[in-house]
Design a protein around this ligand. Structure first.
Ligand code: OGA
Ligand code: NI
Length: 367
């Protein structure tokens, strides 16, 4: 069976993210469906990129947990904990966030239903050659490049006029409704987090939201098949997110996400119903490096396929991002230059994901 996912034509005048392109790659889910023992050459990472157990910390319990209902009640202490989490970890999990089990469950069910479709059905949503949205893969810039053990579909969700419905698998009952409900909930959480971060950065509550211009939200639905030899492959290569923040919903009972903390890879073990939040590159720049956009990766396992739903919040493409006045003074000189966000995205999607190389592009020369 042919596992190839060809680019679905050219996007033409369609709305969407035409900020870059990526080469078509096979569906790894389909390869594993046909032969669960297969680990094709293009997925076998070079020695130095393989996930070594010796570099992985056995404890994940230290990753901060933030109680969102306390933040909502204006709890000063919890706001300070949020500030420390962003400074020291760049990653935290939120609990008591008020998103119902039903909404989370429906979203996960929609993702599972999509990846369960036969390949021929999924291909109907294959991304256009000049678009980043749709089913396929991004950051594939050469035919020699090693591939991640991951299939995904990327959908723009907000503002609603950015949606390109040709990529939405609307034949799956409940898919559209699940994504719409989930997207609204993530927007609410985003604004709550921004309001609290604005206050700790010494600004008005609405400031961070305003700095985004018309905020853009996209969802990346990830599928990681089982792998007969997880030590040789990588689910997602080490990278930091280009977003301002990312909110991640992961499977309750399978871990895979790891973050770089003090030189070690730390596993982000799922806490049922919690949502993982991380600082992205745009926020690192705005905060002048006070908050860190942390390198992370995904590893695979032999036993169970894993899904995850990443919600990326990004500034409007016209927005210029640079260190905010509120955090720059004589003692804290500007560490990043100011760039148009669209230029940054165009730069990152034209390169293979490679740890923190992306934010180095944003740094001023004197660091
Ligand atoms: C991502 C990402 C982590 C995961 O999509 O950018 O880092 O656990 N995902 O799937
Ligand atoms: Ni990521």
């Amino acid at each position: 069976m042919d596992s190839k996912v060809e680019n679905g034509g050219v996007n033409g005048d369609d709305k969407g993210w035409s900020w870059g392109s990526s080469k078509p790659v096979p569906s790894i889910q389909e390869i594993v469906r046909n032969d669960s023992q297969s680990v094709p050459e293009r997925y076998i990472q070079n020695q130095e990129n393989r996930p070594l157990h010796s570099e992985t910390s056995p404890v994940s319990s230290e990753i901060p947990i933030i109680n969102l209902s306390l933040l909502d009640n204006g709890d000063e202490n919890e706001r300070k904990r949020l500030d420390s989490a962003c400074k020291e970890w760049g990653f935290f999990q939120i609990t008591n966030h008020g998103v119902t089990d039903k909404v989370l469950h429906k979203m996960k069910a929609a993702v599972t239903a999509f990846f369960d479709l036969p390949l021929v059905e999924k291909k109907k949503y294959a991304k256009a050659a000049n678009d980043l949205q749709g089913y396929g893969q991004i950051y594939v810039v050469s035919d020699e490049q090693k591939l991640d053990w991951n299939d995904m579909i990327l959908l723009m969700t907000l503002p609603t006029n950015c949606r390109n419905m040709k990529y939405w698998p609307t034949t799956i009952p409940g898919f559209k409704e699940a994504v719409e409900e989930y997207s609204i909930e993530m927007q609410t959480l985003t604004n709550q987090i921004f309001a609290n971060l604005s206050l700790v950065m010494g600004m008005e509550k609405e400031s961070l939201q305003k700095y985004h211009g018309e905020m853009i939200q996209s969802l990346r639905l990830n599928y990681y098949p089982t792998c007969s030899n997880p030590d040789l492959v990588i689910g997602i290569s080490p990278h930091s997110d280009e977003s301002s923040i990312t909110l991640l919903l992961q499977d309750d009972d399978i871990s895979g996400l790891q973050i770089k903390h003090e030189g070690e890879w730390v596993v982000v073990d799922p806490i049922p119903k919690a949502i993982v939040v991380n600082i992205g590159d745009a926020m690192e720049v705005w905060s002048n490096g006070m908050y860190k956009s942390i390198e992370h990766r995904v590893i695979t396992n032999e036993k169970k396929a894993r899904i995850s739903i990443a919600t990326f919040v990004v500034p409007n493409e016209e927005v210029e991002i640079g260190p905010l006045e509120a955090v720059v003074d004589d003692d804290h000189p500007r560490l990043y230059r100011t760039v148009k966000y669209a230029d940054y995205i165009k730069h990152t999607v034209s390169t293979k994901q490679d740890g923190k190389a992306q934010t180095d592009y944003l740094k001023t020369h004197n660091v």
